[in-house]
Design a protein around this ligand. Sequence first.
Ligand code: SAH
Length: 200
Amino acid sequence: MVRVIKEVYGLRDKKVLDAMLVVPREEFIQKKFRDVAYSDNALSIGYGQTISQPFTVAFMTHLLKLQGKEKVLEIGTGSGYQAAILAKLAKEIYSAEVVEKLGKRAKDKFKKLMINNVKIKIGNGEVVWENKAPFDRILITAGVFKDIPKGIINQLKDGGLLVVPIGDSSGQTMTRITKKGKKIETEEFGTFQFVPYRQN
Ligand code: SAH
């Protein structure tokens, strides 16, 4: 899996690749997919949701430029795999999941794997972790089909980064937003395919 990310996609962020070498992806997928746990594919995790393709996880993590001390908000816990990678590279991860059963499953998984710096809440990621704002980094792992909800930008520190796929059901552009006072700077990084972000 890591060889594909490195050699096929040319992503050579050592910190990110090292994290992906140590987090067992097979723990975050359904048993029936165990033999393809390390292929470069998104997989169903039930409830109409998916665990992202490994390259996509690596790329989003890379875009966040984590140094180790950050407080990160992740919207869309899903399987918990992306959060487990973030947990290796940042200080505290606050993750939100609207599908209650997925959130609970991920919580149990973190307990089992003794990952202690990820906290999960069930509910809309736009509001459930407001008490922990502002965040150094925010990652949305579902496709935002129009505008980024304003409530999310408000929870980003000045100078902080938000990574979010934006588009419609035909594809979303990976977007990195840097907050600079009242302004935001936007960079775009190619097209991806995500399950839709839910407004409530
Ligand atoms: N990061 C996940 C990817 C999960 S797919 C992983 O590594 O497996 C995206 C997830 O976002 C889905 O589980 C979906 O239920 C959740 N989601 C969508 N909109 C949301 C919102 N507004 N708040 C919280 N979770 C949301």
